[in-house]
Design a protein around this ligand. Structure first.
Ligand SMILES: [Zn+2]
Length: 140
């Protein structure tokens, strides 16, 4: 689910990307903590908001978060953030990435974004269209 949240453009940190026990210390003010761990739920006493995730299903989890935070479709910025690094992608000039993506991708797309951290290049491909269909379903 964290990847989906990133895909929608939300600043998302995985617990398993931090050292054990330090995760709560890394949280910035104003964040919402999503957890499936009873221990965290019971020890959590800060003023930050916590959502206890109930479902095993990614779609239902995402639905719960969107409902509880009252996120609307206009709030999301799909594919604005690197799924691996959680940093905002930058628009990159098409000419600069020639040879770095398959030729047919380069020829058939005009908008490319790249991650300033890992340099991964993103473009509106078919996987994005499928994801957008799924996003549409969540917001209907
Ligand atoms: Zn990246």
């Amino acid at each position: 689910m964290a990847k989906w949240l990133r895909l929608l453009g939300f600043d998302t940190v995985f617990e398993n990307e931090c050292d054990a026990g330090q995760f709560l210390d890394h949280l910035k003010p104003g964040v919402v903590l999503l957890t499936r761990t009873e221990k965290i739920r019971n020890t959590f006493s800060a003023s930050q908001r916590l959502i206890f995730i109930e479902s095993n299903d990614t779609g239902e989890q995402l639905q719960q978060v969107i409902d509880e935070l009252e996120i609307e479709k206009k709030d999301i910025r799909p594919f604005s953030r690197c799924l691996m690094c959680n940093v905002e992608n930058e628009i990159i000039e098409k000419e600069r990435i020639y040879g770095q993506v398959p030729d047919y991708v380069w020829e058939n797309n005009t908008v490319f974004q790249s991650c300033p951290e890992c340099k991964k290049i993103y473009w509106p491909g078919s996987h994005i269209e499928r994801s957008l269909e799924r996003i549409d379903k969540i917001f209907t």
